[in-house]
Write a protein that binds this ligand. Sequence first.
Ligand SMILES: [Zn+2]
Length: 248
Amino acid sequence: MDTHLAALLQLQELEQRHRELHSQITTLPQRIAHLEKELQPARERQQAAAQAIETQQGERKQIEAQVLELKQKIEKSRAHSAEVKTNQEYRAVKDEIEWAEREIRQREDRLLALMEQAEKLEAERAGAQQTLAEQEAGLAGRREEMTAAGEVWRGEQRELEKEIHALRAQVDANLLHRYDRIAKLRGKALSAIVKETCSCCRVRLRPQFLQEISNHPERRFFCEYCGRILYQATVEVPPFTGDIQVAG
Ligand SMILES: [Zn+2]
């Protein structure tokens, strides 16, 4: 295998890694945002409890105002009872007071029930709040981890870009052009010949073609079906040293 092909093979690997990193990095904000959704149930529970408490407090205030009004009414009736002249009038005032007292008792019973309920609601809200706080703490840790991973990826990406740039500068321009064109179209531009087959498109290569490939190791061959640049998988890929010789 000529050194240009060896360099391209390495380039293919680096660019593949670069693409993986790019996809990891670009989807990172989305994945971080997705983490937030995990808080939703606890947040909803907390909001529901807070809402119930508010509704309840509204009802309590209303009832307390009614009780106050009823008590004022009783005061007035009592003051009025001193001025009544007939028994009939007196009974009417007495009935009014008794009615108001019954109304007050009913409302006080309701207030007691509401107070009991309020304790449960407060406990529910506190529980939801604690769950939320715990989940938020866990999430902050994971968010930090992910952000840190993103930084590591970006660093690796920058290193890769340098290596890719150096490699590309040293590969034969025509070959590189062809490599880019195929890579853009098919993702992978280089294909190993494995068991007389193009390993990428799985098409079996013609015997004459295979013969030609082994007779001319200095030439470049392209898969007749997918157009990818072929190389012999059996040949050990020499490590790329950056020392390129022009192939014959
Ligand atoms: Zn092929």
